[in-house]
Design a protein around this ligand. Structure first.
Ligand SMILES: NC(=O)c1ccc[n+]([C@@H]2O[C@H](COP(=O)([O-])OP(=O)(O)OC[C@H]3O[C@@H](n4cnc5c(N)ncnc54)[C@H](OP(=O)(O)O)[C@@H]3O)[C@@H](O)[C@H]2O)c1
Length: 271
């Protein structure tokens, strides 16, 4: 699919330019999404930890840059305060993986990968909604996993190491998006798995994995275009795999698990 085949129409609010906030906008899929949005005339704010990169890329894109370490819920709260309304789209792309066998905790006592890949998405979107900063009809899109949740734990309060933490976060993102879409039918809520994309994600992985991602991964512009499509066009359906609706190999857990996830997340991020 060519990025250029997207409609060039920018969704506008009362004639104003569409305003997009992109977490993880300093690299990879988030950067590609920010770039696509900037090229389509949107007003973009990128969020990341790498200040040098953030300032440089923001200047290149004509965007704003805000610093936040999204593994820290105190930084997420600060970020929500700094962001100004109205926000037309929130692209939640920040995240990472760790191959360490050790569990990594933040200063706030949260497991780092789950905090960055899921809890920051929960906290930032919930805070911005509470503060009425996301416009009715606005869009929240989250980078998701490939939908294969068979080995993902639902022990939300437990800390996991390495890929287990990333699997659990990917399941939490899918469950949260389903529930958020139910609670806010006026919003366009999506997850999107872009397939394997050639980003910095695998930089600490073993050499074979790094090589595999170089060979099999698609260019950043192509991976990000799947998210851009959901932001810039109206599509129904929450979960997407590239430009098709996601088919989960096993059904997502329901009711009780979602309630437990919500309760744990609220308590963990102090909402
Ligand atoms: N690449 C793939 O094939 C692929 C496929 C499916 C899903 N994903 C998921 O997509 C997400 C983005 O990955 P990517 O491939 O774009 O990797 P990437 O090139 O490494 O980019 C990761 C982005 O997330 C930001 N980030 C990471 N930890 C952060 C933190 N604690 N606070 C603030 N920002 C943080 C980084 O910002 P700084 O560098 O400024 O810290 C960077 O902008 C990850 O969750 C990944 O699991 C990736």
């Amino acid at each position: 699919m060519k990025e250029d085949c997207f409609i060039a129409r920018i969704l506008v609010n009362g004639g104003d330019i569409m305003r997009i906030v992109v977490t993880g906008g300093t690299s990879g899929i988030g950067y590609g999404t920010a770039r696509l949005a900037a090229e389509r005339g949107c007003k973009v704010t990128i969020v990341g930890r790498n200040r040098t990169q953030g300032v440089k890329l923001a200047a290149e894109l004509g965007a704003d840059y805000l610093y936040a370490d999204l593994s820290k819920m105190s930084d997420v709260r600060k970020l929500a305060e700094q962001l100004e309304e109205p926000i037309d789209a929130l692209a939640l792309c920040a995240g990472g993986i760790s191959t360490s066998k050790e569990t990594r905790l933040t200063d706030e006592g949260l497991e780092t990968t789950f905090a960055t890949n899921f809890l920051s998405k929960f906290a930032l979107s919930q805070l911005l909604l509470q503060q009425n900063k996301i416009v009715p009809g606005g869009c929240i899109v989250m980078v998701g996993g490939n939908g294969g949740h068979k080995n993902a734990s639902t022990a939300w309060a437990e800390s996991h190491a390495g890929l287990q933490a990333a699997f659990k976060a990917a399941l939490a993102v899918d469950l949260y998006a389903s529930e958020l879409a139910k609670q806010h039918p006026q919003l366009r809520v999506h997850t999107c798995y872009p397939g394997m994309v050639r980003t910095n994600l695998f930089r600490e992985a073993t050499l074979p994995i790094r090589l595999l991602s170089r060979v099999l991964g698609k260019p950043i512009a192509k991976g990000s275009a799947y998210l851009g499509r959901l932001i810039l066009e109206k599509h129904s359906g929450v979960h997407w795999k590239q430009n098709r609706p996601m088919r989960f190999p096993t059904p997502l857990p329901g009711g009780q698990e979602v309630k437990a996830l919500w309760a744990y997340s609220r308590q963990a991020v102090l909402l």
